[in-house]
Design a protein around this ligand. Structure first.
Ligand SMILES: *Cc1c(COP(=O)(O)O)cnc(C)c1O
Length: 463
């Protein structure tokens, strides 16, 4: 049959809508959406026929169109954002949504979501309030900062602080810190978008105090340091200490801003990990402004915390850009609840999942790995070889760059599937289980799996 002949046999939108198979779809999804999808399916079928993809005529056009429509509707109406099991070996994985909230933070966000809340309202006086009041006191109490504000994320925090403090003027940054962070955060681009003029000093591996000093002139508005989150410069290197730069900044009356990136509010050495500068130490060492992410090591919702000198924070709060970068009530509620946990650092390590994962002892991880291995080898039987192995994972999100954290993985070799195929097979589970392939071996890192049921629940009833 000719292409035109086939095209003529396609049913009309109305006749598809009138067919009995479509009635339940209209009931479930609404007539408007179903009509749109039928139209899309017909358009696509027509295009396929014209491209020669559907050369044969079929007497079943209408039922084929109905089936396609149903499939497309199910896809549109199923959730794209899926809960998944993080066995990736990266504790705070940006692509996997970074931090898991503490119970009380999740509950606070839920309560704020389903109610009206006093996000900018003084209950006592009935007057209009300031949304920073929700978290400012907690941040200052925990960090020792004079004042604080929060915005949408740390990129927004850096943008807002630079725009407020240095628009049209110079910000001095060491060449060793002109970083790019995954997902297109490039410090030089953010600086130019903020309207400040980047004044690079030193070299990639070495910058001296004199380099900073010589660069300061009447047009200098700010000295900035950035945590080199995702790499380390090793070998022949030099950087003045924070207190040295702070002393210089102070003597020249130039504010010093530190983008700590992940930042942490507790000393990670208490978990046997290497040192990451805390916000408290950074402020105590003389930084005037510190910015960090809310959902990296802090373990809260996506947010950017700006903490520091009252005079500077006041200017930042008054910047009209702040309105475009502000947090919503869900974020503020989750942030407040997360910060409240930090009032007792001992509790924080147990209640904030990110810290709990970091702190978790290797024997406990091994125990979970062994339970998971038993479940998986029972599932695969002879089709796969399942073992547990000592492994290493990463903190992720730019915290503790290049630091290997001991962990235990379940390693699986499948008789019929290669490691990448096996990784895909696990990704297609419900909920998906995200593992990784290293040295040609598929692994499920167990540091972030606290309960083996999370893995068991994903396994289909039959292989
Ligand atoms: C992660 C990071 C950022 C960006 O923070 P977001 O919260 O993802 O916007 C900025 N600077 C540094 C040093 C970082 O590590």
């Amino acid at each position: 049959m000719s292409v035109n002949g086939i095209l003529r046999k396609l049913p009309s939108v109305d006749s598809v809508l009138a067919s009995p198979g479509v009635t339940p779809l209209i009931e479930e999804y609404g007539r408007g959406l179903v009509r749109d999808i039928v139209r899309d399916v017909l358009d696509k079928t027509r295009a396929d026929i014209l491209n020669g993809g559907q050369s044969a005529d079929t007497p079943m056009w209408k039922s084929k169109i109905v089936k396609e429509t149903e499939k497309a509707l199910r896809l549109i109406c199923s959730s794209r954002l899926k809960k998944l099991v993080n066995c990736s070996g990266v504790i705070s994985h940006t692509n996997l949504g970074r931090a898991i909230l503490a119970e009380e933070a999740a509950k606070a966000a839920y309560d704020a979501a389903v109610s009206n809340v006093n996000v900018e309202y003084y209950i006592g006086s009935g007057a209009r309030g300031d949304r920073d009041d929700i978290v400012e006191e907690l941040i200052t109490r925990i960090t020792g900062a004079e004042a604080a504000t929060v915005v949408n994320n740390n990129a927004a925090a850096v943008l807002l602080a630079l725009n407020t403090l240095s628009e049209g003027r110079q910000t001095i940054v060491s060449r060793g810190e002109l970083i790019e962070i995954g997902g297109s955060f490039r410090l030089p681009e953010i600086m130019s978008k903020s309207g400040c003029v980047l004044k690079e000093v030193g070299t990639t591996n070495r910058t001296s105090l004199a380099d900073y000093e010589n660069a300061i002139n009447e047009n200098t508005a700010l000295i900035m340091r950035a945590h080199t989150s995702n790499y380390r410069i090793i070998g022949f290197t030099a950087q003045p200490s924070l207190s040295e730069i702070a002393a210089l900044a102070k003597s020249k009356s130039v504010p010093l801003m530190i983008d700590l990136g992940s930042g942490t509010l507790v000393d990670l050495r208490r978990f046997g990990l290497p040192h990451e500068p805390t916000v408290q130490e950074t402020l105590a060492d003389g930084a005037d402004i510190v910015t960090i992410s809310g959902d990296k090591l802090l373990g809260g919702p996506q947010a950017g915390v700006i903490a520091g000198k009252k005079e500077l924070i006041e200017k930042i709060k008054k910047n009209h850009l702040k309105r475009a970068l502000r947090c919503d009530k869900l974020t503020l509620a989750a942030m407040e609840a997360t910060l409240r946990i930090y009032l007792d650092p001992e509790k924080a390590a147990d209640r904030i999942p990110t810290l709990r994962f970091l702190k978790r002892g290797i024997e406990e991880i091994r125990q979970t790995a062994s339970e998971a291995a038993t479940a998986l080898s029972g599932f695969f039987c002879d089709a796969a070889e399942v073992s547990i192995m000592d492994d290493v994972c990463r903190a992720g999100s730019g915290a503790l760059p290049e630091v290997d954290i001991a962990s235990v993985s379940v390693a699986i070799r499948h008789m019929d599937m290669g490691p990448n195929e096996l990784a895909e097979w696990f990704r297609r589970l419900d909920p998906p289980v995200i593992g990784r392939v290293a040295d040609d071996l598929f692994r499920l890192d167990m540091r972030c799996v606290e309960n083996v049921e999370e893995i068991k629940a994903s396994l289909p009833t039959r292989p």
